[in-house]
Write a protein that binds this ligand. Structure first.
Ligand SMILES: Cc1cc2c(cc1C)N(C[C@H](O)[C@H](O)[C@H](O)COP(=O)(O)O)c1[nH]c(=O)[nH]c(=O)c1N2
Length: 247
């Protein structure tokens, strides 16, 4: 087959590709703009189904999805957050601490749905294809499920916020999660007043977005471009970063 034909053959139609990139670039971590509008089961089912189709090492599918709607349970988790957040603030100093304290870092009580995505480290027994040597691959698989859900939720108009400021064991105790299961992500989910254009940590000056072209190396860690082919990729990346609408 002609190589030109191959590059086109499996590509999505332009509008479909645009929708995918739109989802990627418009996904945000939401903490503050949740509304109490209920999420229909059909919508929640779709985003969970998208999560369940994430890649997983050895097709292990190590995830479970704990759907939390009770205000009482949310209150308990919120208390874990509040305690850990006070501890966290003390880890920063001076202006950084002031900035930290001004950030809203969760939407546990305001979001209609809280969701804990877990990783069962014993699922499918031993050995697991692809996890024979790198044992953390099951954890990363559950993270893939989180990202699938996050993107699907954005396409559905749902905001998602990840809350990780709590002691893992306290969260496990609160949700009755057994020893061999790891809570990977505690997510706040719901419809939102608006989505922000950029990460809040960027607009509030916590950290800037890095230049992708400075993060791409060749042949080895921090290997620099030495051929014109490598230079060309860096220039292409820089051009894309200057005009990110070229999708
Ligand atoms: C593993 C992990 C854990 C957390 C987060 C993310 C991830 C990937 N983020 C959200 C994070 O701050 C956010 O993704 C970045 O600031 C980039 O913003 P957007 O997600 O692009 O809007 C996050 N945000 C927050 O307000 N409280 C939190 O505890 C966490 N924890």
């Amino acid at each position: 087959m002609e190589s030109d034909a191959l590059t086109e053959r499996h590509r999505f139609a332009d509008a479909e590709r645009a929708a995918l990139y739109k989802t990627v670039f418009n996904r945000r971590d939401v903490r503050g703009q949740f509304t109490s509008t209920p999420v229909a089961d059909e919508v929640l089912a779709r985003v969970l189904y998208a999560a369940h189709h994430a890649p997983s090492v050895g097709f292990m599918q190590p995830w479970n999805f704990l759907v939390i709607r009770s205000q009482e349970k949310k209150q308990q988790v919120h208390q874990l957050f509040s305690k850990a957040n006070r501890e966290a603030a003390e880890m920063f100093e001076g202006e950084k601490q002031t900035a930290y304290k001004s950030l809203k870092l969760e939407g546990i009580l305001e979001s209609p749905i809280n969701l804990c995505i877990t990783c069962d480290r014993t699922r499918t027994g031993k050995p697991v294809l692809g996890r024979t040597h790198m044992k953390t691959m099951d954890l990363y698989s559950s993270v893939c499920a989180v990202q699938n859900l996050w993107l699907a939720a954005r396409a559905e108009g749902l905001g998602v916020g990840w809350v990780s400021i709590m002691h893992e064991q306290e969260l496990k105790d609160t949700l009755n999660i057994p020893e061999h299961v790891v809570p990977i992500a505690y997510l706040c989910i719901g419809y939102v007043e608006h989505f922000k254009d950029k990460p809040e940590l960027e607009t509030k000056g916590w950290l800037p977005r890095m230049n992708l072209s400075e993060l791409v190396n060749f042949e080895q860690w921090q290997g620099e471009a030495s051929t014109s082919e490598q230079e060309q990729l860096l220039e292409t990346l820089q051009a894309l970063e200057s005009f990110p609408t070229n999708f």
